[in-house]
Design a protein around this ligand. Structure first.
Ligand SMILES: O=P(O)(O)OC[C@H]1O[C@H](OP(=O)(O)OP(=O)(O)O)[C@H](O)[C@@H]1O
Ligand SMILES: NC(=O)CC[C@H](N)C(=O)O
Ligand SMILES: [Mg+2]
Length: 566
């Protein structure tokens, strides 16, 4: 569930630090890698990306080298391929026109796309990232125009072709050298994205434009008029203004309900629904279920305790509804990020302990109801229930604002393996036993959906496949689920990560201008932005990165290259 962002400034002043600030606001969507690519006045791209958090990688020194008034940013949480530095985004291809691309989501027909790109488009794919496929499909579709210079219609047509070929969840931002930025959203609108504008401070009558995964970026950076991009819609922003186009007929609009449960920031409004209000409604609904179940079981709860951070909003609401004291019994270390999106079970487990500390005073001798937004692998609940008992809790009742998660996510949340899901093949009692709770209470799916839907009744369906196994795009069958399970279980990911981390691959991946090339040295003057460069960029970058293999492993990449479109 990555964070994506693109900004174009009327002033054409350097935009990199604003993009980095925006990425900080989207950090909760991806902690593994991040990157920014800007486009300078001569149409050259300047790039800094690699593994790490935004504040560490995109520091003032690196940002100062990224020149230009438009750019694209990405914060990555891998859901395909590996965590290797080479798969950090934005991705870049030189041909045609110089394209930069950032993707949130996950494609489900990657085998087919890979075959097409190899056999028909003859495009070299150098990583196992689905986003690289998407970028190359787009490049192929643009290439087919055969034009020296393209216009909006060509771009919209190319996006339509991409939408017709791909299946899955995707929201994307992109940039063409010397031309502008653009974005699009999958025909079911599974992944979120919107755009906004701001009066330029320096250009009279001019506007700055941004597009991003969540509206929090718009608010915090002083933009207004946030507009959600519709399913199947695309937007192009140039210095001449904004154009939007419904590229393909919208299918069933089905935003992912998990954005409201966990992923999005509470201060964002996603597809017209305040995430904060949705979580409040989840707390209200869960309170009614909890009351019925507690009365039936004859359990009296003394205190409601949230699992920080995400469940706080709902837990407070639940406590108020039940008229039970709400206490922050777990204190969160603010310097530890989200644990669910960390790679590897051992790391996630250790980090729950590092992140949360139980205050004995709030637990000792009490029947506590611990509220979380969701229970996925059970990593968090298992650990915190041990902590609650160590702190002296008498009875521990676990309550989840989401229903049991029994099916893998294939659209951009990294839970591809059924066997890693605590609720898979377990009854509610068995889940309680596994995590060590005396009693467990789950929200019903109907209540979860209506908590969101009543805030925007025009949305008729939400993508709820992790709860009910109904995949909105179709094309997800047992064979597919077994296939991705084999590819992306924790063990497989560990192996892929190890392979992807080696210097040989990193150097080769430099060919996609992906990473670890020299800082601040031009790759060479490649003129003729509209010409097809074929494989020329590859040897160029491999040469450079071979020479610098030592630094390559450590440093983020800063690439300067390619001529302008105009
Ligand atoms: O059952 P699990 O596999 O442990 O996953 C669920 C937990 O992970 C998330 O917390 P996380 O620490 O990622 O983020 P938060 O601080 O925003 O709550 C989520 O809020 C649950 O607490
Ligand atoms: N979480 C995401 O949106 C991931 C995007 C893409 N599938 C990747 O793995 O890089
Ligand atoms: Mg949590």
């Amino acid at each position: 569930m990555c964070g994506i962002l693109a900004v174009l400034l009327a002033s054409q002043n350097n935009v990199a630090s604003e993009i980095a600030e925006g990425l900080q606001l989207l950090q909760h969507r991806g902690q593994d890698a991040c990157g920014v690519v800007t486009c300078g006045p001569k149409g050259r791209f300047y790039q800094c990306k690699g593994n790490g958090m935004v504040r560490d990688l995109l520091d003032a020194k690196n940002l100062s080298q990224l020149i230009g008034g438009m750019g694209v940013g990405h914060a990555r949480y891998p859901t395909a391929g590996s965590s290797a530095q080479s798969e950090a985004q934005p991705f870049y291809v030189n041909s045609p026109y110089g394209l930069v691309f950032a993707h949130n989501g996950n494609l489900i027909n990657t085998d087919h796309l890979r075959y097409y790109l190899d056999h028909y488009a003859h495009r070299h794919i150098n990583t196992s990232s689905d986003s690289e496929l998407l970028l190359n499909l787009l490049a192929d579709a643009l290439q087919k125009t055969g034009k020296f210079r393209i216009d909006e219609d060509d771009i919209f047509r190319a996006i339509r072709e991409v939408m017709q070929m791909t299946s899955g969840g995707y929201a994307c931002t992109a940039m063409i050298a010397g031309y502008g930025i653009f974005g699009f959203r999958d025909p079911n609108g599974i992944r979120p994205m919107g755009w906004a504008k701001r009066k330029s401070e320096t250009v009279p009558g001019g506007f700055d434009y941004m597009m991003a995964s969540e509206s929090v970026v718009c608010d915090a950076l002083g933009y207004s008029d946030w507009t959600d991009i519709k399913p199947g819609e695309a937007i192009i922003v140039t210095q001449d203004g904004v154009k939007t186009m419904q590229c393909t007929p919208a299918r069933t609009f089905a935003p992912d309900v998990f954005e409201y449960v966990y992923f999005a920031r509470p201060d964002s409004v996603v597809d017209g629904i305040s995430v904060y209000r949705a979580r409040m409604a989840m707390g209200d609904a869960l309170a009614a279920t909890a009351k019925a179940q507690l009365d039936k079981a004859g359990i009296k709860v003394d205190v409601v305790i949230p699992v920080p951070d995400t469940s706080r909003v709902a837990a407070l609401q639940l406590a108020q509804n039940l008229n039970i004291p709400y206490r922050e019994g777990f204190v969160k270390n603010r310097y530890v990020g989200r644990t669910f999106i960390m790679p590897g079970q051992e790391l996630r487990r250790k980090n729950v302990r590092r992140k949360l500390n139980a205050m004995a005073l709030e637990f000792a001798g009490k029947n506590v109801m611990i509220v979380d937004d969701s229970i996925v692998r059970g990593t968090t609940s298992k650990e915190i229930i041990v902590m609650a008992r160590e702190a002296g809790a008498k009875k521990v009742i676990m309550a989840s604002c989401a229903p049991p998660i029994r099916y893998p996510c294939v659209y951009g949340i990294d839970m591809p393996s059924r066997h890693e899901l605590v609720a898979h093949d377990r009854t509610e009692d068995e889940i309680a036993e596994y995590i060590g709770a005396d009693h467990i209470i789950f929200q019903s799916l109907d209540d979860l959906v209506s908590s969101c839907q009543r805030l925007n009744p025009s949305i008729e369906r939400f993508e709820c496949s992790v709860f009910n196994g109904e995949y909105v795009t179709g094309g997800v069958d047992e064979a597919y689920l077994s296939h991705i399970e084999g590819l992306r279980n924790d063990n497989a990911k560990r192996k892929a990560g190890q392979q992807g981390a080696g210097p040989a691959l990193v150097n080769i991946n430099g060919a996609n201008a992906s990473n670890v090339v020299l800082a601040s040295q031009p790759l060479g003057d490649v003129t003729g932005g509209g010409e097809v460069a074929g494989g020329g960029d590859i040897s160029q970058v491999v040469g450079l990165s071979n020479e610098n293999a030592g630094e390559a492993k450590e440093s983020p990449s800063i690439v300067v290259g390619l001529d302008n479109q105009r």
